[in-house]
Design a protein. Structure first.
Length: 873
């Protein structure tokens, strides 16, 4: 053989070897050798245990293409015909839209993994990610696929312990075992990882590593590791040796854990080749570690969602290659340093939700590659025109997202806003920006999201403002004094919005015609917008896709149509209108329904009992302040998700139904201002989550049930006023340690106040802990009937026993309730003296002991009650 022929032959062998690894995933390329029969049978056996709704494996059969090397997802060696790769990753992606989610679910391969895969002895690549193996454990036999170099079974429905046999895959270079949800997979002994000495990529994000006895000690044998992702692994400690010899590490993600010791940062920062570092969502505190400045190769740095509380360091100017920086959701203070202007490669900068103040430094004009800026949730105070001028000077042609919301920016919007030709998202909400919205807004042809809500904007918005906004999908101008005035009634917007917020703007008196042309709405808020009209039929038809609809505080009239076909609707607020007629049928998807303060009439029977076979998801139901009547039907067993129920200020009658007691999640029960009668049903003792229980101004009779004190231990407000209860003050009520408002006034109660009254610990605290709790209730405070707003039970502490038949002395223990702001004992038969230690009630603002049989002196120490405004004796 001549030298020339030999060289040609050698060249052919090299080319053939390279071509062995060509991807034939779709089976469309030619394989020189057909597949091995035994491997073909192994694949068919593997398929038998799978369901394939989207027919991705349709080519895997004995009838059509017999050569398995041409089957979907199969890659073979061109020369030997051995199966080298199985690429069965779900090709669809869930981007959040219903259509994409449906396609993603339909594309999943479902079932279990047949051990026949062991017949693929030359397999080097296995990808089954984003399918659904329905909660089975990762098969141990996967550890016998000894030639595997790539294994990805992430987000594929596996649960349980990760088998240590995976450590037998000594040729493995890529391993991704992420579960579908946090903790779905776990590790008890992490030693098997140390056997994977060739590993370059390891992703165990979401795997519970808290059960490992030694922690995730990555031994020195993993010299080749380039990517390590331990996000969301429930870790709170990593051995100091963990990163000892990781000189090759380029990507490190240990976000969303429970690390608090910043010394781990010093371990990490010895990794000189590190390009990607994510330490977000941990418990790091104090100053941003100075050691970070030594990692000058970083391109991506995320320290967000920790508790760093220093100023923003000046040394960030050393990161000349940094493209992504997030310090958001910390407690950083001071001003933004001008040194950030030296991050000339930066594309995304997020300093949101800190305590930064003053102005945005002018040095930001040098950031010419900025695509995304988020400075929201700080205390920045500057003219908005200066800010827009700064960013338009440096990045007007590249900036895609600008979020300056939740600051104290002020001044007028100017025509500079039209300079950002590539702007996709602009959020200026919750500032003090005033004046008109300039017409140059209409030049932002790339804009998709615009939020200028909760400012001091005024003037008119016309179709000219939206002339070129063809891509707009979200617009919120709520909380301003804007007038939306379309000159041409036939105007059709150039966009199709998914979200519209125009609360407190003027768009009435009729529903605008252009609104009815928006066929993709998911979110619509037109509350307090001066609409005086009926609900248009076209809007009702669009409810099949709307998720959130708020038309409250208008003058909308007419009847509410049945909504049971609105399958996507979750929140509906039609409160404070002039709607009349019966209650509508609602879809099972609804979670919040507020129809309060209208003129709705009729009974609850059809509304409540229509879908007895379907479980309703409703959590919040407010029908208060209407003209509803009749008895409450016994149909509450299908409404088990309710935690807020307001039927107050109607004309309901009769006894409360037993099935109310099936609402085990109920926290707020509001029935005041009706004509309910009979006794409180015993079944309500099962509502052990109750925090607010208001049945005042009805006709209930009998004794106050002792189980209120025994079973409803977390109750905060209890109002039984203006009923016909009789008997004693039950001592069991003294066990309500969280109680802050107790109103038993205007009943027929007798006997004495029990001395255990001082056990009401919620009234004995001077310092008011504040919890978020939404509700309103009617109480008598400082001689006035007031309706207190959302959250108010946590600011007010009241004990009202007035207008009963209590007798005996006022127990001295009542003065231990030092957090009380109102104490009313008037119109009873109390005798004896005012307790000597009244001066200890330092928070009290109103005292009423009038119309009793008290005698003696007023305690002199009452002069120390500096907040006392009303004292009626």
């Amino acid at each position: 053989m001549s030298v020339g022929v030999a060289l040609l032959f050698l060249h052919f062998l090299v080319i053939s070897t390279i071509n062995n690894n060509i991807n034939f995933c779709n089976g469309s390329s030619y394989a020189a050798a057909g597949c091995i029969e035994s491997e073909r049978e192994a694949l068919l056996s593997f398929k038998q245990d799978l369901e394939d709704p989207s027919n991705r494996l349709a080519s895997w059969n004995n009838i059509g293409v017999g050569d398995c090397c041409k089957w979907y997802g199969v890659v073979c060696d061109n020369i030997t015909g051995h199966v080298l790769e199985l690429r069965l990753r779900n090709p669809s992606r869930d981007d959040g839209s219903p259509a994409e989610y449906e396609a993603y679910e339909r594309s999943k391969i479902v079932g279990k993994i047949n051990p026949s895969l062991l017949g693929l002895k030359h397999l080097i690549h296995l990808d089954l990610s984003y399918n659904d193996f329905q909660g089975i454990q990762i098969p141990r036999f996967l550890g016998s696929l000894e030639n595997l170099m790539y294994l990805n079974i992430s987000r594929a429905g596996f649960v349980g312990i990760i088998p240590h046999q995976i450590g037998n895959l000594s040729n493995l270079q890529f391993l991704d075992l992420r579960p579908n949800y946090l903790g779905g997979l776990y590790v008890e002994d992490f030693g098997w990882v140390s056997h994977l000495s060739l590993l370059k990529h390891l992703d165990l994000s979401g795997v519970d590593l808290s059960k490992t006895s030694d922690g995730p000690l990555i031994t020195n044998s993993l010299h080749s590791l380039e990517t390590l992702r331990f996000s969301g692994c429930l870790l709170h400690h990593i051995s100091p040796l963990s990163f000892a010899n990781f000189s090759s590490l380029v990507t490190l993600d240990i976000s969303d854990n429970q690390f608090a010791d910043s010394s781990i940062v010093n371990q990490v920062l010895g990794l000189v080749n590190l390009v990607f570092l994510d330490l977000s969502t941990n418990n790091f505190q104090g100053a941003v570690p100075d050691a970070i400045q030594n990692s000058t190769s970083l391109q991506h740095l995320d320290l967000s969602r920790n508790h760093f509380s220093s100023s923003v360091p000046d040394w960030f100017n050393k990161f000349i290659d940094l493209e992504y920086l997030s310090l958001s959701y910390n407690e950083l203070q001071g001003s933004i340093p001008g040194s950030l202007g030296n991050l000339t490669s930066i594309k995304s900068l997020d300093l949101s939700f800190n305590r930064l103040e003053s102005k945005i430094p002018r040095a930001f004009k040098r950031l010419r590659h900025l695509r995304s800026v988020n400075l929201s949730g700080n205390k920045l105070s500057q003219e908005i025109s200066q800010v827009l001028d700064m960013f338009s000077a440096c990045a007007s042609n590249v900036l895609e997202s600008l979020d300056l919301s939740n600051n104290t920016l002020f001044g007028l919007l100017t025509n500079q806003i039209g300079n950002f030709k590539n702007l996709d998202s602009l959020d200026l909400s919750f500032n003090n920006i005033s004046g008109h919205i300039p017409l140059s807004l209409g030049q932002l042809s790339s804009l998709r999201y615009l939020d200028v809500s909760t400012n001091n904007l005024n003037g008119t918005l016309s179709e000219n403002h939206f002339a070129n906004l063809t891509k707009l999908v979200g617009f919120d101008a709520s909380g301003n004094s804007l007038v939306l005035k379309v000159v041409s009634p036939s105007w059709t917007p150039p966009f199709q919005l998914q979200a519209i917020g125009l609360s407190s703007c003027f768009i009435g008196p009729q529903f605008p015609q252009w609104l009815l042309s928006q066929n993709h709405l998911i979110y619509l808020d037109l509350s307090n917008s001066s609409i005086s009209d009926t609900i248009p039929d076209r809007l009702v038809k669009s409810l099949s896709q709307i998720n959130y609809l708020n038309l409250s505080y208008n003058q909308i009239f007419g009847q509410i149509p049945d909504l049971n076909d609105a399958a996507q609707l979750e929140t509906l607020d039609l409160s404070s209108n002039s709607l009349s007629g019966p209650l509508p049928l609602i879809p099972s998807s609804l979670t919040t329904l507020d129809l309060s303060s209208n003129f709705l009439s009729g009974t609850l029977s059809r509304f409540l009992c229509n879908e007895m076979n379907n479980s309703m998801r409703l959590q919040v139901l407010n029908l208060g302040n209407n003209t509803l009547s009749g008895e409450i039907p016994d149909c509450w067993m299908n409404w088990s998700f309710l935690f807020f129920l307001h039927l107050g200020e109607n004309d309901f009658t009769g006894n409360l139904p037993t099935s109310l007691g099936t609402l085990s999640s109920l926290q707020i029960l509001h029935l005041r201002g009706n004509r309910f009668s009979g006794k409180i049903p015993v079944s309500l003792q099962n509502c052990t989550e109750l925090r607010l229980f208001d049945i005042s101004e009805n006709e209930f009779v009998g004794n106050i049930p002792t189980w209120i004190g025994e079973r409803l231990s977390g109750i905060i407000l209890l109002s039984l006023r203006a009923n016909q209860f009789h008997g004693f003050f039950p001592p069991e009520l003294c066990g309500l340690a969280s109680l802050k408002i107790l109103d038993l006034s205007s009943n027929n109660l007798t006997g004495v106040i029990p001395r255990c009254i001082n056990n009401l610990a919620g009234m004995a605290k001077e310092v008011l802990e504040v919890d978020k709790f939404f509700e309103d209730a009617l109480i008598v405070y400082k001689k006035k009937v007031v309706k207190y707003p959302i959250g108010y039970p946590y600011y007010l502490k009241v004990l009202d026993l007035s207008a009963n038949y209590f007798s005996g002395e006022i127990p001295s223990q009542v003065t231990n309730l030092v957090g009380l702001q109102t104490l009313k004992l008037s119109h009873n038969f109390f005798s004896g003296r005012i307790p000597v230690n009244m001066g200890a009630m330092k928070s009290v603002e109103a005292l009423d002991f009038s119309s009793n049989r008290l005698q003696g002196e007023i305690p002199k120490n009452m002069v120390n009650l500096e907040f006392l405004e009303i004292f009626n004796i």
